[in-house]
Design a protein around this ligand. Structure first.
Ligand SMILES: [Zn+2]
Length: 190
């Protein structure tokens, strides 16, 4: 009885899982050293297509199973962690920040800076094609949402009040990322 009930639930969720994650790939992206006004939608579409074989697509039930509750709420349900509470807010060790959903490297400590906005902030992404940006009109605001290009997970938003050289501030939830510290440097190689 339970088995059939569970099968029915999964069967119900599956058709909605794919469109949910696919709708996040918006018409343009922000990244690299380009400002928002320099985005070329055609070029971006081409790079998205070339990256399509690496996409990670899972059902809602699978995401629920592999993510923590906090990761799931942010990555899959577009939640936002409370300001100044995230584990990486005041974290400035050398290393890489990976997507908590699929492990793709998104940001480097090299571009992280103390924005004092309450969330981890970066002025650039590791590679432009690692994120996808789309207009977010929720909560009566017009913002630019940042998503992982591989799994479609919601990461945060990008604003145009960051430092040079990009002028961008990628405002990212700590729980959407996993930090991997750089290996310790060999003193003899210095
Ligand atoms: Zn991801």
């Amino acid at each position: 009885m339970f088995f059939w009930a569970a099968t029915a639930v999964v069967g119900f969720l599956l058709p909605f899982g794919f469109p949910l994650s696919l709708t996040v790939f918006g018409p343009y992206r922000v990244g690299g050293n380009k400002s928002m006004s320099q985005m070329d939608p055609a070029q971006n579409e081409a790079s998205e297509n070339s990256n399509s074989s690496k996409k990670v697509i899972k059902s809602d039930a699978e995401w629920r199973r592999i993510l923590t509750t906090e990761q799931y709420c942010i990555l899959r349900k577009k939640g936002t962690e409370q300001p100044y509470t995230g584990v990486y807010n005041d974290h400035f060790e050398k290393g890489l920040y990976k997507c908590a959903g699929c492990g793709q490297v998104l940001f480097s400590s090299e571009t992280k800076y103390p924005s004092h906005c309450g969330w981890p902030a970066f002025y650039d992404v590791e590679k432009a094609e690692r994120v996808v940006c789309r207009i977010d009109r929720s909560y009566g605001m017009i913002r630019t949402e940042v998503l992982c290009s591989r799994c479609g997970g919601h990461l945060g938003h990008v604003f145009q009040d960051g430092p040079s050289p990009t002028g961008l501030r990628y405002c990212i939830n700590s729980a959407a990322m996993i930090f991997e510290p750089s290996p310790p440097q060999n003193p003899q190689s210095r």
